[in-house]
Write a protein that binds this ligand. Structure first.
Ligand SMILES: [Zn+2]
Length: 202
């Protein structure tokens, strides 16, 4: 269950020199300004606007922004103008930006690693292969001569990447013992096109 919604945080309270519209007292009115923000699991994600309330210390009447008479609203607007949105209410946006930057960074690192492994192949390397939009399998490097990498294809296919772990679990017997040669350039091109999704090495 995802718990989300919005909350408000108090940012300012000022006394205002108006008569209370309810009891007529003077110098008893205070107006508070709140900053609203969206949250997910109580982590503030982003701010959206401000709201306010007035309170009379004599008659205890509390009015929300939409209930205030026009002269209260004018005072509220004047106070609001001098308030800043608390920076911490942007926390979620900052966290999301950092997570995206990290995901981009680690995907670039993994691309680099895969390229390095294709350029310097080792027997036993396992290539995750996308043979079509709905077919995935694995190749295992059997031997290398000069520029050619000989792989054994697995006899099984799966329709989604998450099924590859099942194929890997089938062991060496599931590879067709027929070496198929690819040049490193071909393999790099397959990596570029996403036909090789990953290169694993023990
Ligand atoms: Zn009052």
């Amino acid at each position: 269950m995802i718990i989300y919604g919005h909350r408000a945080t108090h940012i300012d309270t000022k006394e205002i020199p108006l008569k209370c519209s309810s009891c007529g007292s003077e110098n008893t009115l205070r107006i508070s300004v709140f900053s609203r923000y969206a949250h997910i699991f109580w982590i503030p994600i982003f701010p959206f606007g401000k709201t306010g309330a007035s309170e009379c210390s004599n008659c205890k009447q509390v009015l929300q922004l939409n209930e205030m008479p026009p002269e209260y609203k004018a005072s509220y607007n004047a106070i609001k103008e001098h308030t800043a949105t608390p920076k911490w209410t942007f926390a979620g946006l900052v966290i999301i930006a950092v997570l995206i930057a990290f995901a981009v960074y680690s995907s670039k690192q993994s691309d680099k690693e895969n390229m390095a492994r294709i350029n310097a192949p080792k027997a036993g390397d396992v290539y995750e292969i996308k043979t079509s939009e709905t077919a995935y399998t694995i190749y295992k490097v059997n031997s290398i001569t000069d520029d050619t990498v000989y792989v054994y294809m697995n006899e099984y296919e799966t329709n989604k990447p998450s099924g590859l772990s099942d194929i890997k679990a089938k062991g060496d017997e599931a590879f067709l013992q027929v070496p198929i040669g690819y040049t490193k350039a071909e393999l790099l091109q397959m990596l570029e096109k996403g036909e090789i999704r990953d290169v694993e090495r023990d």
